[in-house]
Design a protein around this ligand. Structure first.
Ligand code: GUN
Length: 290
């Protein structure tokens, strides 16, 4: 049975570091500030945005939650971003993804001041990640995965890592982090067009699942003893629960845990790490602005 990688516990360690760093900044008269922009009413996005704002409150980070109507125009969202770019109380700006279909997300991301881009989605920060330039912002979810992998004591150097998913939010930056100097994994990025995906995944000493399909990764995808990082947070209907749904990952947990060496649960794995790394990035942005 696999060892459980406890994301809640590791996130608490990261947040304890944040508390210390925020206290140091406040001694210098700087209160880190984060603006979280939500366009529309997607229920999952509302949950994420609220938990980001709540975590700021707990840590003493100033936060603004800006909710724009579902039918907002591109210009309205751009105007909000430009206002926040100029606001000295705001060090980090995050526009929750995905926005409604009328919004061109790429243009919104490019409008964010790269020095306030705590999501690490701006092309300047994507380039810095590829260049291994530590002055950039690393996207929070893959940064959180790396921290979990380190905390679990998993050797990445020379290891076969397979990332399933090629999104700009998780898959691509995850692959860059795993192959970077210091991590030194041999990285394969698999996706929906990959031939014989199960066989590719079975090569992995370290498997990162970021496909967004509930319980897609099954036991026959897993090499005995592999480390499995499950990035998926999927809502599946479940009439027996109060909310009418339950959360599950991209990994069929029970059968994979029986074969893996170590695994992250959902919830309580990567999710809490994403928020913790967002707090870290906001502190880094506040430091950079001083
Ligand atoms: N949607 C899912 N994950 C993320 C994230 O890390 N940042 C933003 N802005 N939107 C998301």
């Amino acid at each position: 049975m696999a060892e459980l990688i406890d994301g809640k516990k590791v996130a608490e360690e990261v947040l304890a570091e944040c508390v210390q760093e925020i206290a140091e900044l406040k001694e210098r008269g700087i209160v880190p500030g984060l603006a979280v922009v939500l366009v529309g009413e997607d229920p999952a996005s509302q949950v994420y945005v609220n938990s980001k704002a709540r975590k700021c409150g707990e840590l003493g980070i100033y936060s603004e939650k800006i909710v724009l109507a579902e039918d907002s125009t591109q210009e309205e969202v751009l105007a909000t971003v430009r206002r926040l770019n100029e606001d000295p109380a705001i060090h980090g700006i995050l526009v929750q993804s995905p926005p409604p279909p009328q919004i061109n997300e790429e243009e919104i991301v490019r409008a964010i001041d790269p020095a306030k881009d705590v999501d690490g989605f701006h092309p300047e920060n994507v380039a810095k990640l590829a260049l291994e330039d530590p002055s950039g912002f690393v996207p929070c979810t893959p940064a959180g995965c790396m921290r979990l992998i380190k905390a679990a004591g998993v050797e990445t150097s020379g290891a076969e890592a397979v990332v399933v998913g090629r999104s700009m939010i998780v898959g691509k930056p995850m692959a860059l982090l795993l192959m970077a100097r210091g991590s030194d994994a041999t990285v394969t990025v698999a996706h929906s067009r990959t031939r014989d995906l199960a066989a590719v995944c079975r090569r992995a000493d370290l498997l990162v699942a970021a496909v967004g399909i509930p319980e897609f990764i099954q036991a026959d995808f897993i090499k005995e003893g592999a480390t499995v990082i499950d990035v998926g947070i999927n809502r599946v209907e479940d009439a027996s629960t109060k909310r009418g749904y339950r959360l599950c990952g991209d990994v069929a947990y029970e059968e994979v845990a029986a074969k893996a060496g170590a695994i992250t649960p959902v919830p309580g794995g990567v999710g809490p790490m994403t928020i913790a790394m967002l707090m870290k990035n906001t502190i880094k942005a506040a430091r950079g602005a001083s």
